[in-house]
Ligand binder design. Structure first.
Ligand code: SF4
Length: 102
């Protein structure tokens, strides 16, 4: 199955409308040997109640580490496996999630 996002442009209304506003990608991540791991630490600007970014329109100025989604970044494996941006991507390798298990 092909992912329909390959035909839309980052930042376009169509592209932005794909996001379900779950906030899961707004947790800090670790890149270890080319694999992405999610931590349990949310971004300081993520509203835990609404799951929305409090500074979305100014995020570039407020949080220098925030990355805008591009097709290349999506393919790099930073989004959960059921995020609509990656559903249907061939060979997508989703991040590992930090668990309580040792
Ligand atoms: S994980 Fe996907 S659907 Fe959820 S907030 Fe991030 S981009 Fe949007």
């Amino acid at each position: 199955m092909k992912n329909k996002m390959v035909f839309s442009h980052p930042g376009s209304t169509e592209w932005e409308a794909v996001c379900q506003r779950c906030g899961r990608c707004c947790y800090e991540k670790i890149d270890y040997r080319g694999r992405i791991y999610y931590t349990k630490q949310p971004c300081q600007h993520l509203d835990s109640a609404t799951k929305l970014c409090r500074v979305y329109r100014q995020r570039d100025e407020c949080h220098a580490d925030c990355s805008r989604l591009t097709p290349e970044l999506v393919a790099a494996g930073i989004l959960p496996k059921d995020c609509p941006y990656v559903v249907g991507l061939d060979n997508y390798q989703a991040p590992e999630m930090e668990t309580d298990e040792a």
